[in-house]
Write a protein that binds this ligand. Structure first.
Ligand SMILES: Cc1ncc(COP(=O)(O)O)c(C=O)c1O
Length: 404
């Protein structure tokens, strides 16, 4: 079986983890700091905080912005549930809107969804392709929209508009108008979950890019404290002899990343730009070349004049099939020993949202989903396996559709 997304574990990853084990320090410490520095280097953003998941990273940022009961957070209906839960766990309402054919949030629908309760928009870079951030900023800076915004605290007053936080769980290394993902809006969240382009088994990063009137370095220190119970000194600092005294100055969370996990991502990210991302791009190109002669295949967006993907997953769509036929094709592909996936079940179809949302109001999300099959993309994939995957898709389509 060709697996869908095994983690990239080479000798450098193993040695970096061993280094953490042998150092006598395994929780938040020098490896996390080094990983933060590497993410900063890739994104061009100075202040990057690593935590234990993208979900908790999003919750922390929304909490910092003072989002809670009675507030609304606009998200796309086509995403992983974490985008919605980050807002819901804080007591806010996740307001869903449809996406475009390119999987990105439909910016033409954002303005209509904004109310005086709207505090944040969380666009999602599905599959690794950045959303239309310039367009989103144009909307939140629009005079009419700014007038609707009712700040509830000093931070909101200071920003004076809806907060934009990118769910860039998939898009580390992607580009939008020549700028790196991570630098495209107020705050950007990366995921380092086991299947992501860079992984720490579980983990996430917050890139801070608030306008000049905010001190992003000061905010980094504050969020770091919030991620460690609100404690004035982390365990590493306290361990450096004679430094035991601490205080708790805020009822914070416990969502710090450990060094032993950071070590995995650290070894990967050092070769991300120069090796791992290039290999991912090559796999996309091989898929594109292999599938382009089949008129029933819709090639996923990965490169336009304005955007370049991080080549996270290959979101293939089959033209003119129903959801059931797509499912049958997947079964056939599995029989051919290839593991594939679907990104994602639109949120309105999930049990927890069914009573509040109707999928009929999200026709493009449903259309994307019902025809989508995610193909494996990871640096270890061999050319022969890519060929096998292409043949398994085309052969399965022929079995299910053409021969029926
Ligand atoms: C689009 C999206 N957002 C958020 C997350 C949550 O990431 P994490 O598992 O690091 O919390 C995921 C994880 O799969 C995701 O795909």
């Amino acid at each position: 079986m060709i697996p869908f997304s095994p983690p990239y574990i080479d000798e450098d990853v193993i040695n970096e983890v061993l280094d953490s084990l042998r150092s006598g320090w395994i929780t938040t410490g020098p490896k996390v700091k080094a990983l933060e520095k590497e993410v900063a280097g890739i994104t061009g953003i100075e202040n990057v905080l690593c935590v234990n998941s993208a979900t908790s990273a999003m919750m922390l940022m929304l909490h910092w912005y003072g989002i809670g009961k009675g507030d609304e957070v606009i998200i796309p209906a086509y995403t992983y549930v974490a985008t919605a839960l980050a807002a819901i766990h804080l007591g806010a309402k996740a307001v869903m809107i449809d996406v475009n054919d390119d999987f990105c949030i439909d910016t033409s629908k954002i303005k209509k969804a904004i109310t005086p309760r709207t505090k944040a928009i969380v666009p999602v870079d599905i599959g690794g392709c950045p959303c239309d951030y310039d367009e989103i900023y144009k909307i939140v800076n629009d005079d009419e929209v700014r007038k609707l915004f009712i700040p509830a605290n000093d931070v909101q007053r200071k920003l004076g508009r809806i907060f934009i936080m990118a769910d860039s769980a998939h898009s580390i290394g992607a580009l939008y108008k020549g700028k790196q993902s991570g630098s495209l809006c107020d705050s950007t969240i990366f995921s380092f979950h086991a299947v992501k382009n860079v992984t720490t088994a579980e983990g996430g990063a917050i890139c801070l890019n608030l306008p000049d009137k905010f001190d992003n370095a000061e905010l980094y220190n504050w969020l770091r404290l919030l991620s460690l119970n609100g404690q004035t000194k982390d365990a590493f600092t306290k361990s450096q002899g004679g430094n035991w005294k601490y205080d708790i100055i805020y009822s914070g969370f416990k969502i710090n990343l450990s060094d032993i996990c950071a070590a995995i991502g650290l070894a990967q990210i050092r070769k991300y730009d120069n090796e791992l991302l290039i290999k991912r791009k090559r796999i996309f190109e091989m898929y594109n070349a292999g599938f382009s002669r089949f008129e029933w295949i819709q090639i996923p967006p990965s490169m336009t004049s304005e955007k370049e993907s991080s080549y996270h997953v290959y979101l293939l769509r089959i033209k003119g099939v129903t959801e059931d036929q797509r499912d049958e094709i997947i079964e056939e592909i599995n029989k051919r020993e290839v593991a594939v996936n679907v990104h994602f079940v639109p949120l309105p179809l999930l049990s927890i949202f069914k009573s509040d949302y109707d999928i009929k109001d999200f026709s493009t999300s449903y259309d994307n989903y019902s025809r989508e099959i995610s193909l494996p993309v990871y640096p270890q994939l061999k050319d022969s396996e890519i060929k096998e995957i292409i043949e398994s898709v085309t052969g399965s389509y022929e079995t299910v559709i053409k021969n029926n």
